[in-house]
Design a protein around this ligand. Structure first.
Ligand code: PLP
Length: 427
């Protein structure tokens, strides 16, 4: 039993493990892992060089292609987190000194650019206001002015900026690149987007996409996922940076037979298969995306209802509101870290902190992964109680009612999940 520490009111401070009932993990990842996935991973480790493992890999890869929206792209997995996925995406296609165009519009896009700088690439980082998306006009203008002898070799885009709750439209960005007739590689971070909102590697001609297991894929942290388009694959065959662990060439070679050149995260991969079956074959990706939009609309309706108390959505462009998280600004008299601490200590509700420039100014409500309407309502109720207990003049129930109204008004449209080829795993 953990020893309770005295709270400011003289009563013991509660922690997620001492509060009765399930903790509400509503940060924008890691997300809640469904029991089914936990059970799929609760099994003996198998030989990663044996036939059962090869069959597992051969089931996972086609399902991953479906999630990445590709027929010919190659998924590549590493036991790593999203940060490792950044490095893998960069070192396979860029050589030291190559010019890279990056935009920073939140903590993660800034860190992606920093990763590229640390690896020795020549990064042009264009700062945008945090809370703003990367728009096609901005990108096209920048590319049109790139007429020197050493053009950009890659453009870094974060599809869903987890720090600000802003979705950039990758398809429109691709059209901007084409309009500028630029041939830089398009590298897209889909860490907090994949499996929650559409991704179309083929249609958007994305050269490298990257993600992590702990967000829309409903797994614990531990797997970095890339999907490599044909052009990136070709570039990596001849070039790239010095690399070893992140070199995707031996992985692609061994994957063809269902194996990996390193020891894979065996049990996480059983979990990954379960998650992919749930998303692709059972619920169906179109329904998964619609569910995320539905939950996101309800959260935004709640935040609008709190506007009289001084809260608002950080992203001011409706068409760029994130389907997976909402960044909520608090009244300037309040430090948002206080909100986060109070929500956890009183209700076992974990909300995302403000990162970097927006530290202390926002909290983030994650609404991605395994989540339903009642869980969203519980989260919003917890936020309201937290704000009220911190003397924010919020009308209790106003956000919850607005979210309920949003649920009632939005029709639920169910698409039939599309079948995808699978090979049976011997268990
Ligand atoms: N990119 C985005 C958009 C993220 O949200 C995160 C983490 O939340 C990362 C990259 C870094 O991933 P990780 O923390 O798994 O290393």
């Amino acid at each position: 039993m953990p020893t309770p520490t005295p709270g400011s009111a003289g009563s013991p401070e509660l922690t997620a493990s001492t509060i009765s009932g399930r903790p509400f993990l509503q940060i924008p990842g890691p997300t809640n892992v469904p029991d089914r996935i936990l059970r799929a991973m609760a099994r003996p480790v198998i030989d990663h060089r044996g036939p059962e493992f090869a069959a597992l890999t051969k089931q996972i890869l086609p399902l991953l292609r479906t999630v990445f929206g590709t027929l010919g792209g190659e998924p590549v997995l590493y036991p790593s987190s999203g940060t490792g996925a950044w490095e893998a995406a960069l070192v396979n296609v860029l050589a030291p000194g190559d010019r890279v165009l990056a935009y920073s519009y939140g903590h993660f896009s800034a860190q992606f650019a920093q990763t590229a700088r640390n690896l020795g690439f020549d990064v042009d980082e264009v700062p945008l206001r945090w809370g703003q998306p990367l728009t096609p006009d901005v990108l096209e203008a920048q590319l049109r002015s790139d007429s020197g002898p050493k053009p950009y070799r890659a453009i870094l885009v974060v599809q869903n900026e987890t720090a600000t709750g802003v979705l950039s439209h990758v398809g429109a960005l691709r059209r901007a690149i084409d309009a500028a007739r630029h041939d830089a590689l398009l590298i897209v971070d889909a860490v907090s987007a994949l499996g929650s909102t559409p991704f179309k590697l083929d249609a958007w001609k994305v050269d490298v996409a990257l993600a992590g297991s702990q967000k829309g894929l409903m797994l614990p942290p531990g797997i970095a996922l890339l999907c490599v388009g044909p052009r990136a694959r070709e570039v990596s065959e001849k070039g790239g940076s010095p690399r070893h662990f992140f070199d995707w060439r031996p992985i692609l070679h061994d994957n063809a037979a269902g194996f990996f050149p390193y020891t894979p995260a065996t049990l996480l991969l059983f979990g990954l298969l379960e998650a992919l079956v749930m998303l692709v074959e059972e619920e169906g990706l179109e329904n998964v995306y619609a569910r995320h939009n539905r939950l996101a609309s309800a959260v935004r309706a709640a935040v609008h209802a709190w506007s009289a108390a001084g809260c608002s959505i950080l992203c001011d462009s409706e068409s760029h509101h994130s389907p997976t998280l909402t960044a909520v600004t608090v009244p300037s008299t309040l430090d948002s870290d206080t909100v986060i601490k109070h929500a956890l200590a009183r209700f076992g509700l974990s909300l995302g902190v403000g990162l970097g420039q927006v530290k202390g100014q926002i909290f983030r409500i994650g609404h991605l992964g395994a989540l339903n309407e009642l869980e969203v309502l519980g989260t919003l109720g917890g936020v309201e109680l937290t704000l009220r207990e911190l003397d924010v003049p919020i009308t209790l129930g106003s956000g919850v009612a607005a979210a309920q109204q949003s649920f009632v008004c939005e029709p639920i449209l169910k698409a039939v999940p599309s079948a995808s080829p699978r090979v049976a795993v011997a268990t």
